[in-house]
Design a protein around this ligand. Sequence first.
Ligand SMILES: [Zn+2]
Length: 208
Amino acid sequence: MNYIFLGMPGSGKGTQVELLVKKLNIPMISTGNLFRKNIKNETKLGLKVKDILEKGDLVPDKVTFEMMSAEIKNMDISQGLILDGYPRSLRQAELLKDILNIDIILNIELSEDQVLLRIGGRRTCKCGETYHLKFNPPQKEGVCDKCGQELYIRDDAQEETIKNRIKVYKEQTEPLIKYYGDKVINIDGNPSIPEVTEEIFRKLGISD
Ligand SMILES: [Zn+2]
């Protein structure tokens, strides 16, 4: 069985991917790791991607696909495969279809308000400590427990950035839910991590 995960930023998708990988003991490819690996090994595509990312541009679908395709060919996927962060658009799904059959799409659902709360509440300290206004607040508002410095909001936790990521997700990625039709399994992303994992395992028919 080959699996992909869909879910907005902040849905806890990455964590659930890891837990499913562990449970099923099958290989996983994430586009982030794939980029890093190719850049580190200085492959032809890796050098291309490095150049693109350094300019702050988006990696074209074709380049990501070529990398993905080369990786899949070199892997033993006889027991199945989990993809994280791919495909992200209909075009990517169309390319992927020719080399890999996707059996199950796990769609972790979370409302926009929840996404804003989860990511927008993150606070960071220069010392590396991280907090969350609601889930892990510092003892004194706006100040790091560990070193006493003032906390700040990282760029990716700014409301405008989050809203933009939500918009891109809705425009480009959400159409995949319709595209994959009845292969999609919806998972409620609101409860705690263990509860979400339990729902995934239960819906996949995997016993604990
Ligand atoms: Zn600190």
